[in-house]
Design a protein around this ligand. Sequence first.
Ligand SMILES: *[C@@H]1O[C@H](CO)[C@@H](O)[C@H](O)[C@H]1NC(C)=O
Ligand SMILES: *[C@@H]1O[C@H](CO)[C@@H](O)[C@H](O)[C@H]1NC(C)=O
Length: 356
Amino acid sequence: METLGLVSVAVTLFYMLLGERMVNMRKMYLASREPVKNHLLNCALLKNLDNGSEDITVFGDGLAFISNGLKYPGVSSSDAPGKIFLFDLKASAMGPVELPISGNIDLETFNPHGISVYTHPTNGTVYLFVVNHPHHKSQVELFEFVERGSSLLHRKTFKHKLLHSVNDIVALGVDRFYATNDHYFSDAVMKITVEPLLGQPLTNVVYYSPEMVKVVSNGYYFANGINISPDKRHVYVTDITAHNIHVLERKEDNELTTIKSIALGSLCDNIEVDPKTGDLWLGCHINLMRMFYFDPENPPGSEVVRIQNILSEEPVVTQVYADDGHVIMGSSVATIYGGKLLIGTVFHKALCCDLE
Ligand SMILES: *[C@@H]1O[C@H](CO)[C@@H](O)[C@H](O)[C@H]1NC(C)=O
Ligand SMILES: *[C@@H]1O[C@H](CO)[C@@H](O)[C@H](O)[C@H]1NC(C)=O
């Protein structure tokens, strides 16, 4: 009798704890947040691009690399292997084109996620860094952009035990970068079951170089996008399920110290930085529950947020675009060039709008 009593108390406590953890997870995912619409006048979906545009980076004179076909634990995706597209924002009606890839890389398991461009300061060679998840593992690929004939030449793969669940990177040189780990666990099943229920700040930012690989910042619930200020002195990291962005200062040894975090009230993913103004453009999710439990009847919406004067006492956070998911679902990145706003998504299409 007594043992039975203890067992039922234990079972009851377990369910209470589980219930409490589920309520916490729903808060982190903004599960009750209703999609909203805040449209721009002139928008068009990009041609020939289904199956996602998770990260986008503009380089040179209005060209953009787009990572496509991400397969991410718990999120809807296509069966087709991932690809990299090139898009010319000066000729947006043309649509993006797939870049042929050569070199020693398995294209069948190519699963591109966060990307970053590094332009060689003396000879102008454009390098593309790509977070890749073959078989749900994490590694970083380095490509050289061959402008003649427009293709990518695979140069190198970076692997390290600290690069265990990489989401995004920002390149610092041809052989060095900062990377975010978005989960504590590396195993795909643990990532979508135990970790969201734990809901603890167990993720981090890693510095990678040939001389040294180290954790340089930690305490994020779900570290996601990362980017750097035009003067390279500050680094920005979104903590998607904490609904904020961290502003960090770079130290001599590439350590990062947090200056502040800014509440965003949204689930912000990748960060792009306007090289002229230093403004930040964020692709955000309105409701992560709708991302993880995809239902076409209640699609995940999209939201674009701009942050101006981020280093000042009073940064200005503005919602520039929002959609309820009937135009564009699950925005993960936003970037600008020449009066145009380009919005990418985890598994859907990409949208190009006139800002004015
Ligand atoms: C998108 O993925 C589907 C398979 O899930 C595939 O049939 C289709 O060709 C892909 N579209 C593009 C443009 O890659
Ligand atoms: C630019 O410099 C890098 C590193 O020194 C080299 O690997 C690359 O081939 C150079 N590119 C051109 C176009 O000269």
